[in-house]
Design a protein around this ligand. Structure first.
Ligand SMILES: [Zn+2]
Ligand SMILES: [Zn+2]
Length: 372
């Protein structure tokens, strides 16, 4: 007779231990990855490379429409060279190599000495760059897993509370008078779902009068007794979860395609004022570029690019406009993911300091350009 009860208790205890262990790992991991994404706003991925001399470039490279390399004159960049994939983030006020997007949700802690007005004017967020994409993806995946797991134990209780609040709201004369019996309740807050949501909140207001006074915030009454605060908290968590899931999908698709969020925005949202130059890349192929080297990356060699018998001077190199939708850095999904996963999770500073490592270009794109 007692055995099933004991087994059931053991199973619950075992589940509790596993759950607590999982949460004990997930929450600190989430906090560490989040803080890493927030850190070094002013410094990360901002190495200052010396621009190579054009005559020394022998492999295809991204250039401006006139064939020259790109330089930044904004904020404090002071004519800094912009290697391929670099974008000046106006929020951070600096150029980022491998700029993906600026995320407003990951911010460094503000100085405690700031006044309220100063704090309001502070620009929030941090850049997500290629070097930090792995940590950003880890943050999204951890959020997508942690939020539903953290909410799981309270969901049955919340369901009971919402049902009780809804019943109390329907039975309350005041709530019926100002909400349920009014035609505007069907349209005022987003249609029928809003009608039920507001009606439920009114029910929590009714139930508040019947609540046993709380000893303290930590007494557990917030969960045990019907409480709108708990429902709102879980609701915010669900919104975060939906956001994290959708961002995970966006980042995963971009990694698979070998492109950045910035490219996706430019492809998907062409603005009327945008010129062809802003929605195209320009690839410069030096005349000295031999077809045999198509198999590897664009690079700068340590020898002069223009051979003695070159028919054209290097200054008149072949320049090809190519739409941003043509993924010049796509090497197939396996290779794209392998490249991302090979990066360190915690990229602390300026990993490319020293010699600039040119991003590998898809040789097929160059082959098509030369064949055209
Ligand atoms: Zn800049
Ligand atoms: Zn930024």
């Amino acid at each position: 007779m007692h055995r099933p009860v004991r087994h059931s208790s053991l199973r619950i205890a075992l589940h509790s231990v596993v759950y607590m262990a999982a949460m004990g790992m997930l929450f600190p991991s989430l906090a560490i990855v989040y803080l890493h994404n927030c850190s070094n706003r002013a410094t990360h991925s901002v190495p200052d490379y010396v621009a190579p001399t054009l005559q020394w470039i022998t492999e295809p490279y991204e250039c401006r429409s006139d064939g020259n390399l790109d330089f930044c004159v904004k904020d404090g960049c002071n004519l800094r060279w912009k290697p391929p994939g670099t974008h000046h983030c106006s929020t951070c006020g600096t150029c980022r190599i491998g700029f993906d997007h600026h995320c407003p949700w990951v911010s460094e802690a503000q100085q405690p000495s700031l006044s309220c007005v100063d704090a309001m004017s502070c620009k929030l967020g941090n850049c997500v760059t290629t070097g930090r994409l792995k940590a950003f993806l880890a943050l999204l995946v951890l959020t997508s897993v942690t939020v539903p797991l953290a909410s799981l134990p309270v969901l049955p209780i919340l369901k009971r509370h919402i049902t009780a609040a809804l019943a109390a709201s329907h039975a309350d004369a005041w709530a019926t008078n100002i909400w349920w019996s009014r035609p505007y309740s069907w349209i005022l807050c987003g249609g029928p779902p809003g009608r039920w949501a507001i009606g439920t909140l009114l029910g929590f207001r009714t139930l508040r009068e019947r609540r046993i006074p709380e000893a303290s915030w930590l007494s557990g009454s917030l969960v045990v007794q019907p409480h709108a605060r708990m429902v709102i908290l879980v609701g915010i968590g669900i919104l975060f979860w939906l956001f994290a899931i959708s961002m995970t999908v966006v980042v995963a698709v971009n990694v698979t395609k070998g492109q950045r969020t910035m490219d996706t925005v430019l492809i998907r949202l062409p603005r009327p004022g945008r010129t062809a130059a802003s929605t195209s890349r320009f690839i410069c192929i030096p005349y000295s570029h031999p077809p045999a080297s198509l198999a590897y990356t664009s690079a700068v060699r340590s020898a002069p690019a223009v051979p003695e018998n070159c028919p054209e001077p290097h200054g008149t190199q072949r320049i090809y406009p190519i739409p941003i939708s043509h993924r010049i850095y796509d090497h197939g999904w396996r290779e794209n993911w392998r490249g991302l996963l090979a990066q360190p999770l915690f990229n602390h500073g300026t990993p490319y300091q020293g010699v600039y490592k040119w991003p590998k270009m898809n040789p097929e794109v160059i082959r098509r350009l030369l064949g055209s």
